[in-house]
Ligand binder design. Structure first.
Ligand SMILES: [Zn+2]
Length: 436
């Protein structure tokens, strides 16, 4: 009797679920709202659709078993990206944790800042938003992180740029979400200028999932950018009847030119095709007939299988992760130097380096060299996380930071140069900031 009971219990025990990351491209019509649920149940909501779109988002939250949004990101200040958040914030059943946006509201037109929708955004969550800068990382849990690749028109590794006059779309926050070897790029409505800056530095290479920039607009998803991303699956979050006519046929044609061509999905069928709007085959449209909100696309990335399953409507298919994708090149810069500390130079001179890349960098073999060829080892810094900075003290090492100026060069363990900085002089106790 006991023996059978044990067997029955074993048979009825659920299979080990494994570690999965779930991404919901929520059907909010014209707009974006993307929910990321980590293996430990932590959540990131990127954008919240247009005004009044809290209903489809809260129903997806409910179906995902989620009542807390640990991190919310507004990619930029267009209503089709923040319109639903006041309604979610007003819902007592939903808790919203850390809020991030691109900041710099001073650059917005006066009438935009005065609009009731923008004021509702600020009152609900905008006033407490953290200004997310490129290079910062949102840690979702110990397996999932979101690195900010671009924000406010500046990309990772770029110095602060003067943003006046840049298009609001192009100032969107762009995130690279990483789950072990799985990569998901979501860039709000960034357009060609920011795409070009990302491509120039090859910041994002080889992704499994790409949420098409700016809803598949013709002003985004340039061929050079896509050739770096080489996405396996592309999701276009679009409306059915918007005068913007997303996706544009020219963008669908560019995606089809990639080798191999990605699987391209739309949340909705565009009925306003006219001359330049387009559609993928109905089989790849989550909501091909109707104008309601049932076009949500779910991507489930599994750690043990290293596959992603894409589900919508009554359709589901599974693809392998893009294994072997080239890791982004290490990108470490000299942030600042202290040539003339208040105290003994040979002990207290210091240099701060920063990891501007999207991957952890092991600095144990790296070193700094001055114009005279003397060096400091960086081994004491160990590994630096993306966005992290580390400061090394001279502590008796040979290289000296000249008080009358010097050139300091940063090398990796293969003696490849990564950064160099020349300064003309130093003031006691004051760091020289490189601007790198
Ligand atoms: Zn948009």
């Amino acid at each position: 009797m006991m023996k059978w009971l044990v067997v029955l219990l074993m048979l009825s025990a659920p299979a080990a679920p494994g570690q999965v990351l779930k991404i919901y491209a929520i059907d909010v019509g014209q707009g974006d709202a993307t929910l990321v649920v980590s293996p430990s149940g932590k959540t990131l909501l990127i954008d919240s659709g247009g005004s009044g779109k809290e209903a489809p988002i809260s129903s997806v939250l409910a179906s995902a078993g989620v009542s807390t949004i640990d991190h919310y990101v507004t990619t930029h200040y267009h209503l089709d990206h923040y319109g639903g958040i006041p309604g979610l914030a007003a819902n007592p059943a939903i808790t919203i944790g850390q809020v991030h946006d691109r900041g710099d509201t001073a650059f917005l037109p006066v009438d935009k800042r005065a609009s009731s929708s923008f004021r509702a955004y600020e009152k609900s969550v905008g006033f407490r938003a953290h200004h997310l800068m490129r290079g910062e990382t949102i840690g979702i849990d110990n397996l999932v992180s979101a690195v900010c690749i671009a924000s406010g028109g500046a990309v990772l590794g770029e110095p602060d740029t003067h943003t006046t006059g840049l298009d609001e779309n192009d100032m969107s926050i762009a995130l690279l979400i990483t789950f072990s070897g799985f990569h998901f790029f979501v860039g709000g409505d960034i357009e060609r200028p920011t795409e070009q800056d990302i491509t120039a530095e090859h910041l994002v290479q080889g992704v499994d999932l790409y949420q098409a920039n700016h809803h598949g607009s013709e002003s985004s998803s340039s061929l050079a950018f896509l050739s770096d991303l080489r996405p396996t699956v592309v999701i276009i979050s679009n409306g059915d009847n918007s005068s913007y006519r997303h996706p544009r046929k020219v963008t669908l044609d560019t995606l089809a030119m990639l080798t191999p061509p990605p699987v391209v999905l739309q949340t909705n069928k565009l009925f306003k095709v006219m001359s330049d709007g387009g559609n993928v085959n109905d089989r790849f449209i989550a909501d091909p007939e109707t104008v309601d909100d049932d076009g949500t696309i779910v991507v489930t990335a599994g750690l043990s299988t290293r596959t992603m399953t894409v589900s919508y409507r009554d359709t589901s298919f599974t693809l392998p992760w893009k294994e072997g994708a080239a890791e982004p090149a290490a990108r470490v810069v000299i942030e600042k130097l202290l040539p003339d500390p208040a105290g003994l130079d040979r002990d207290l001179e210091e240099v701060t380096v920063r990891n501007d890349g999207t991957a952890q960098v092991d600095l144990t073999q790296w070193y700094l060299m001055d114009a005279g060829g003397s060096v400091w080892s960086l081994s004491i810094l160990g590994s630096l996380a993306p966005g992290a900075a580390g400061t090394v003290l001279r502590a008796g090492m040979a290289m000296s930071l000249g008080n009358e100026g010097d050139t300091i060069i940063l090398f990796d363990g293969d003696h490849a140069e990564h950064d160099r900085f020349t300064y003309a002089g130093a003031v006691e106790g004051v760091s020289v900031v490189t601007g790198h």
